[in-house]
Design a protein around this ligand. Structure first.
Ligand SMILES: Nc1ncnc2c1ncn2[C@@H]1O[C@H](COP(=O)(O)OP(=O)(O)O)[C@@H](O)[C@H]1O
Ligand SMILES: [Mg+2]
Length: 265
């Protein structure tokens, strides 16, 4: 499936842009973003991972230490440098490139400046002139200017959801945010799933009844293996053979990529 879709995308010169968004932190956005990016690159797609979060977690998971960055996605959004100036290579794959992010006092000041003005199309305009096959955009856990940039630039919206009592309310606010930008949530991914918990099962059943979005057929279990790998700058999908949770991230990434290509065709 992927090989065929890859050929189609080359022929059409279309660019699949997957954005990960949720106003909640700690729901696996960055881990899933880096997993999709590395899976895409491993499958042969020329891939750009864009990190809009100043925490720089997906930057680090793409094998790029945030402190090493000269330019970040913020510089690009501010128009302080070109996309080419800011993109760096990832050591994980020759097909993977990174527009990273990092937190410094100077950049935080610039960030606050960004919040005050309307610059919603900056990322989209910067990406429009590139020849990447796949772009994966990781948003920070707020529905603000940078999240708007990410969603507006995207062709496919993914929302990771943790199975907890407020999950449905949270999903509803992300849905409203995305719809206001004339997009839709294309895929909901259930993360940190523990099937032994009755509450998890109940919330999952509720989510399955929703008709608004597709529920990813692969769910992500909770495992301490993920933060252990994260510490070494390794996204779980890079080593699917290491642990069932790594395989789950890899399989979910493939499902998302396939569906994003189908939507783009
Ligand atoms: N399946 C998992 N099981 C346990 N911990 C995980 C899992 N996936 C991610 N994590 C950890 O949870 C934390 C938050 O993940 P992260 O991807 O940064 O979330 P977000 O980007 O939504 O804030 C990180 O420490 C990460 O290593
Ligand atoms: Mg994050």
């Amino acid at each position: 499936m992927c090989v065929k879709l890859w050929a189609q995308s080359k022929a059409k010169k279309s660019q699949v842009r997957i954005v990960l968004t949720n106003h909640k932190g700690g729901v696996g956005k960055s881990t899933l973003a880096a997993s999709i990016a590395v899976t895409s690159a491993t499958l042969g797609y020329k891939t750009l991972a864009v990190d809009l979060d100043i925490q720089g977690h997906s930057t680090a998971l793409c094998g790029v230490p945030p402190v090493d960055l000269e330019y970040t996605s913020l510089h690009v959004l501010l128009g302080d440098c070109s996309l080419d100036d800011a993109i760096v290579e990832s050591p994980h794959s020759e097909n993977l490139f990174v527009l990273g992010n990092a937190l410094t006092a100077e950049r935080l000041a610039r960030l606050l400046e960004t919040e005050q003005s309307k610059r919603d199309l900056r990322l989209k305009m910067a990406l429009d002139s590139t020849d990447f096959d796949v772009v994966v955009i990781d948003c920070q856990p707020e529905l603000n200017t940078r999240a708007v940039n990410g969603v507006v630039a995207s062709t496919y919206v993914v929302c990771p959801v943790m199975l907890e009592p407020m999950a449905l309310v949270g999903l509803s606010s992300v849905r409203t945010f995305v719809r206001n930008l004339e997009k839709q949530i294309d895929m909901v991914v259930l993360v940190f799933v523990d099937e032994r918990l009755r509450l998890s099962r109940l919330i999952r059943q509720e989510l399955q009844l929703l008709e608004h979005e597709k529920l990813c057929s692969v769910t992500i279990p909770r495992s301490v293996r993920v933060p252990e790998l994260s510490w070494k700058g390794i996204p779980p999908a890079l080593v699917p053979e290491k642990h069932p949770v790594c395989e789950a991230y890899y399989e979910a990434s493939k499902v998302i990529l396939d569906d994003a290509f189908k939507k783009g065709c």
